[in-house]
Design a protein around this ligand. Structure first.
Ligand code: ADP
Length: 154
């Protein structure tokens, strides 16, 4: 099983679509293993978006990510990183495919509803950046026997 990291961005909280976004992940069959509300600081934003800190549009990212609280999720499933990335869609909501979160819920390159880890390595780093050991919950997903075929679980 793989784990990935998702941020439901401030724009989603303000627009009242947090529940719909979480529902999409639940319906897909991803297991929520950690989830919490969080407010970005300037330091944490710069750490999370360090690959973009030198870009001219970084101040817009910072303002947007600190505009309201966010929801942080750790989701588990087979190939969870790639599955959630596919569900997220391309960065610019105007170009994201219909059926993806960004394709269905936004019109913006920046106010693009969610962040999702782009690799297993980054998922591990991002989970560690935002979650502590006590944030994770162990439980059985009751629909688990109906989510995967036996040979996929070997
Ligand atoms: P993604 O979120 O699809 O992995 P990036 O890691 O490239 O994309 O960018 C991180 C975030 O920075 C984007 O989700 C978006 O909010 C913002 N961003 C990226 N590129 C731009 C841009 N050209 N203009 C404004 N915001 C941008």
């Amino acid at each position: 099983m793989e784990r990935t990291f998702v941020i439901i961005k401030p724009c989603s909280l303000q627009r009242g679509i947090v529940g719909e976004i979480i529902t999409r992940f639940e319906r897909k069959g991803l297991k929520i293993v950690a989830m919490k509300m969080y407010r970005f600081t300037r330091e944490k934003c710069a750490e999370h978006y360090k690959h973009l800190v030198d870009k001219p549009f970084y101040p817009i990212i910072e303002k947007s990510m600190m505009a309201a609280p966010v929801l942080l999720l750790c989701l588990e499933g087979i190939d969870a990183v790639a599955v959630v990335r596919e569900m997220t869609g391309s960065t610019n909501g105007r170009k994201a495919a219909p059926g993806t979160l960004r394709g269905d819920y936004c019109m913006s390159h920046q106010e693009n509803v969610v962040h999702a880890s782009d690799s297993l390595e980054n998922a591990e780093k991002e989970c560690a950046r935002f979650f502590n050991e006590e944030d994770y919950f162990e439980y059985e997903q009751s629909n688990f026997p109906y989510l995967y075929a036996e040979d996929e679980l070997k």
